[in-house]
Design a protein around this ligand. Structure first.
Ligand code: HEM
Length: 389
């Protein structure tokens, strides 16, 4: 047992690299640990993580200090997310926006750089989900690079220690630029309607009223851009990494595409893109026998919950045949990810495109190897590959 009472240890010291030994130690010896850098209680056992994320009576959604993006999470807004992102609303755009964008990016990937070489994070995982969101909400292709820059600046802020306000300033600078562009897109679409998700969102009511321009901006290029692209980007990168590094997995998927959904569920369990999330205690409370005071900031370790042997047999083994559905990577309860259907589809399409378009795909061992980076939102990068051109 390591010294869990060492109050200087933090999740932030476990990066780069896989933090699973550290998480196991906390799960076994100190399941509610005050992280000195996060400045909050870090929760690691599956049952506790589940309860904290699920039980809105005991625990409310509250971002960490300095996080200025959480005021909008009203009950009505959660309903708006569900109306907007469900299977019925998004299906028509699978063939008109999502697949064409994926294939545009794959064409560009194949045409760019040295023949038979690519970097899958930069050329596919990074732009694909953000571009899809931009296009679904009426942006043009020329707008998309700035959208990805803004998204990455916000992700850098998410991953920074709680007192790093320069990361917040950078995110806000890009946010102002993207907000301005979205204002123009909304005005243009009010004059001349288009078939996309923005048009649908303009018909949605909250508290009996249509959404204001500010609401439309908040939902599109703030909430959904961030929630729906950071996560999907990192999930694509993580799935690609495991597909190319775990023995036999690439060949199995190539020969049997029906395995892809189970492979992706196991990849989401094994390498969740969101390693931790946040809540606060509504009252004085107790978790795994540890007292929690009212309003205490809590961090749920999704990554640790997904590797808890109380819930998953042999949790450190990647097993495509594992019965899926129990991981908490999409959260649970009232805030359960409303974009899960979209995300799963994007992942499936991306893996299929890699299998179909890049024959004999393998990691390029002459280039910098992938590392599991960052702390809160995590993924394997860079992903230099070779394929038979
Ligand atoms: C593919 C991988 C994805 C993963 C692993 C993921 C995971 C998550 C997690 C952990 C949360 C936090 C929920 C909570 O507070 O308990 C969340 C929320 C959310 N996600 Fe996802 N997500 C993914 C994709 C997407 C996509 C593609 C979209 C939209 C297109 C999306 C939209 C949202 C929204 C709007 C929320 C906020 C929900 C709320 O506050 O009630 N997500 N997601």
């Amino acid at each position: 047992m390591t010294n869990v009472s060492d109050a200087t240890r933090s999740l932030f010291h476990q990066t780069p690299g896989e933090p699973y030994e550290y998480l196991k130690d906390l799960r076994e010896n100190c399941p509610v640990y005050f992280d000195p850098i996060l400045q909050g209680q870090f929760i690691t056992r599956y049952q506790d993580v589940y309860e904290v994320m699920f039980n809105a009576k005991r625990f409310r959604l509250q971002a960490r200090p300095g996080e200025a993006y959480d005021e909008h999470q009203s009950k009505d807004r959660v309903v708006t997310f569900r109306k907007l992102l469900n299977f019925k609303t998004v299906t028509p755009f699978l063939d008109t926006i999502i697949r064409p964008e994926l294939h545009r990016l794959m064409d560009r990937l194949v045409a760019a750089g040295e023949v038979g070489k690519a970097e899958l994070y930069r050329d596919l995982a990074d732009p694909f989900p953000a571009n899809v969101i931009g296009l679904l909400f009426g942006m043009e292709h020329d707008d998309l690079p700035d959208l990805v820059r803004y998204r990455n600046a916000r992700a850098a802020f998410f991953n920074a220690p709680s007192d790093d306000f320069s990361a917040l300033e950078e995110a806000q600078k890009w946010q102002a630029k993207v907000d301005e562009r979205m204002r123009e897109v909304i005005a243009a679409q009010r004059r001349s309607p288009k078939e996309n998700l923005l048009q649908f969102l303009m018909t949605v009511e909250e508290d009996g009223k249509l959404l204001s321009e500010e609401d439309l901006i908040q939902v599109t290029v703030r909430d959904i851009l961030m929630a729906g692209s950071e996560t999907a980007t990192r999930s694509i990168a993580n799935a690609a990494y495991r597909m190319l590094t775990l023995p036999g997995v690439y060949e199995r998927l190539l020969n049997d595409r029906t395995l892809i959904p189970d492979f992706l569920e196991e990849s989401l369990r094994y390498d969740p893109p969101v390693h931790i999330f946040w809540r606060a205690a509504n009252d004085d409370d107790e978790i795994s026998g540890c007292p929690i005071s009212k309003d205490a900031q809590l961090y749920t370790s999704i990554a640790s919950a997904n590797r808890d042997p109380e819930m998953f047999a042999d949790p450190d083994t990647f097993d495509i045949a594992r019965a899926g559905g129990k991981h908490v990577s999409f959260s649970v309860g009232p805030h359960l990810c409303p974009g899960a259907w979209v995300g799963r589809n994007e992942l499936k399409l991306a893996v299929e495109a890699l299998l179909d378009r890049l024959p004999n795909l393998r990691l390029d061992t002459d280039e910098e190897p992938p590392q599991l980076t960052e702390v809160i939102l995590r993924n394997w990068v860079p992903l230099h590959v070779r394929y038979d051109a």
